[in-house]
Design a binder for this molecule. Structure first.
Ligand code: AMP
Ligand code: MG
Length: 335
């Protein structure tokens, strides 16, 4: 018999009723067998495998259909653990780790040889973070290896922020989706690297550039290059719904210029337009950018399952997390 799990206002059929679980022992056993599981973090759900086992890492790449040139983030259980997998760590890296970990900040550091090349796409740097989710921290503490974990979505598509989103993508391929509820941050980690003691921003994310700059001083920016992406989140089309998506400051005007289309709206705060619109998602009635980030991907998933002709997304204010959300929306639009 097929069972279902709720995903917003739709239901996702689950072929394996045991798939979504809180059983940490089962998760740990699967990982020790070099199998892949899905797990919650405060940013988005991840597809995790033993970071020291190339066989496990290959499975992540093939499940996600992720190109091998895109390296993975290694999730560790403590800031001290950084020194097991990275070397020549600048003083500033310890300082930001102390300030933001556990949390949605990824550090790109020089790798030690214990980290397989497949994780780092042959680079001599490794991306590391200590996630801030009680379920995943408990799991990491029960293991004697760190976990490589990219987001649990097929490459390029909308990231998952619930166990149901993961089940919809990979229900037939996984045996364990650890359920940790809705992700509290809702967009990916901010990624920085270092040139000496200078911090370099590779990807905007759940920690705003402003908050980082309070700790590291002025950031150097390095965030968009399709030919040689330092981070795949930097590809110009990524995080994309299958429905054609537009981004604009003037939603009203764009609605009226598409009179014959079945339109879905993705709005920041106001919901003043109802004419000619099939469905509207409001990210934060209060205009709170943190809440908007938390709701972003779930709203995109819902819109993407309504058989709309187009999605019109509203550009958010270019400040704090508004910049990170706009970054994701820009990459979601039809090119
Ligand atoms: P995801 O977990 O799917 O959001 O993707 C992980 C992110 O970390 C990607 O944007 C990667 O490119 C980035 N990343 C991982 N390793 C490195 C590295 N050595 N240098 C730069 N970025 C990295
Ligand atoms: Mg991703």
């Amino acid at each position: 018999m097929t069972s279902y799990c709720r995903d917003g206002f739709t239901f996702v059929p689950i072929i394996n009723a045991e798939l979504i679980t809180t059983d940490l022992h089962k998760a740990a056993e699967a990982l020790k067998q070099n199998n892949i599981i899905a797990l919650p973090t405060e940013t988005v759900y991840g597809l995790a495998g033993n970071a020291f086992e190339p066989e496990a890492i290959e499975k992540i790449f093939s499940l996600k259909k992720r190109p091998f040139y895109n390296p993975l983030i290694v999730h560790i259980k403590s800031a001290e653990y950084m020194t097991h997998i990275a070397k020549d760590i600048p003083e500033i890296a310890f300082r930001v780790a102390m300030e933001f970990w556990p949390g949605p900040l990824t550090l790109v550091l020089n790798k030690k040889s214990i980290v397989p090349d497949i994780i780092t796409a042959g680079k001599d740097t490794v991306a590391v973070r200590m996630p801030n989710h009680p379920v995943t921290l408990e799991l990491l503490n029960s293991l004697d290896f760190p976990l490589a974990a990219p987001s649990a979505n097929p490459f390029g598509s909308i990231s998952p922020t619930t166990a149901a989103h993961v089940a919809r993508y990979f229900g037939e391929d996984l045996e364990v989706v650890l359920d940790g509820g809705e992700c509290l941050k809702g967009i990916e980690s901010t990624i920085i690297g270092f040139e000496g003691e200078q911090a370099v921003l590779y990807r905007l994310g759940s920690i705003s550039a402003e908050d980082l700059e309070h700790v590291v001083g002025k950031l150097k920016h390095h965030t968009s290059d399709d030919s040689a992406p330092a981070a795949p989140g930097m590809l110009s089309r990524h995080y994309a719904p299958s429905t054609d998506t537009f981004l604009t400051k003037d939603v009203k005007e764009m609605v009226f210029s598409h009179p014959d289309k079945k339109i879905g709206l993705l709005l920041f705060q106001e919901n003043s337009i109802s004419q000619n619109v099939a469905h509207t998602e409001v990210l934060s009635k209060e205009g709170d950018l943190n809440e908007a980030a938390r709701n972003l991907y779930a709203a995109m998933h819902r819109l993407d399952h309504l058989n709309l002709d187009i999605i019109i997304a509203e550009k958010l204010p270019e400040e704090e997390l508004g910049k990170s959300i706009n970054d994701r929306l820009k990459r979601a639009v039809k090119k």
